[in-house]
Design a protein around this ligand. Structure first.
Ligand code: GTP
Ligand code: MG
Length: 223
């Protein structure tokens, strides 16, 4: 019996730490979140002050939806069934402690060439050169295979030494076995990229799965 006592108390402590951490995430995201700026060009970015977390990923992966799910606001960021909805870098202030940046998607085949070049250059320039960018959440759709353009972005972030965290989206839309394989695949990508954060978060903006966990991961970066 005496043998078990330390384990029990450790487990209780670990449980308390976890619930404290989840509380920190919940409290940060319960605070006011407001849209502050939409940048169409690099010389139009808001001044770099506090820490920033950017949401990046292919068109339609669910960046804007995830931002809405995290903040518990239905229409803070604009969501669309048609890819290419978000065309600027949208900056949101989370109670003065953190800036969230909703980015245009990359890899959108049907955008005009010039438009595509403009969005993508803006996005890549921002990712490479923003001194206050603390982490990029790089979203991967759990239903779709990882594409060359995704790995190209991972390599760009490696070169720029910008930490990125892989986030699987739309977990509600795949069966558990397929999701487990997707998670293994993402973990392998994380291991092979020096700038990748090791923990992957599996999310659904529809069911709320993984949202509390992701809030906590983001809250660790807030001021
Ligand atoms: P762009 O701004 O065009 O790059 O797209 P985005 O990455 O911001 O995606 P957005 O949030 O606009 O969502 C694209 C589509 O995916 C919409 O039809 C959403 O309703 C759908 N979607 C987003 N998240 C989820 C999810 O967790 N589960 C399911 N089933 N659908 C989702
Ligand atoms: Mg969007």
């Amino acid at each position: 019996m005496a043998d078990h006592a330390p384990h029990a108390s450790n487990a209780t402590r670990a449980g308390t730490d976890l619930s404290d951490a989840l509380d920190i995430g919940r409290l940060l995201f319960a605070a006011e979140c407001r849209f502050v700026h939409a940048a169409q060009r690099l010389d139009d970015l808001p001044s770099a002050t506090g820490p920033e977390v950017a949401f990046a990923g292919r068109s339609n992966v669910g960046k804007s939806s995830l931002l809405n799910a995290l903040t518990g606001r239905r229409s803070l960021a604009r969501v669309s069934g048609a890819p290419g909805r978000t065309r600027q870098l949208n900056f949101f202030d989370l109670s003065g402690r953190l800036t969230l940046v909703d980015m245009p998607g990359y890899g959108y085949a049907h955008a005009g060439k010039a438009v595509k070049r403009d969005w993508q250059e803006l996005m890549f320039d921002y990712l490479r050169g923003r001194p206050t960018l603390r982490r990029v959440l790089l979203l991967l759709d759990a239903r779709i295979e990882v594409k060359a353009v995704d790995t190209a972005v991972m390599e760009l972030l490696d070169r720029a030494a910008v930490t990125f965290q892989l986030v699987l989206t739309k977990a509600d839309a795949v069966k558990p076995e397929a999701l487990a394989l997707k998670l293994d695949e993402a973990a392998a990508f994380a291991r092979s990229h020096p700038a990748a954060y090791p923990d992957i978060v599996v999310t659904s903006s529809e069911t709320g799965a993984g949202i509390a966990e992701l809030r906590t991961a983001i809250a660790e970066l807030a001021e």
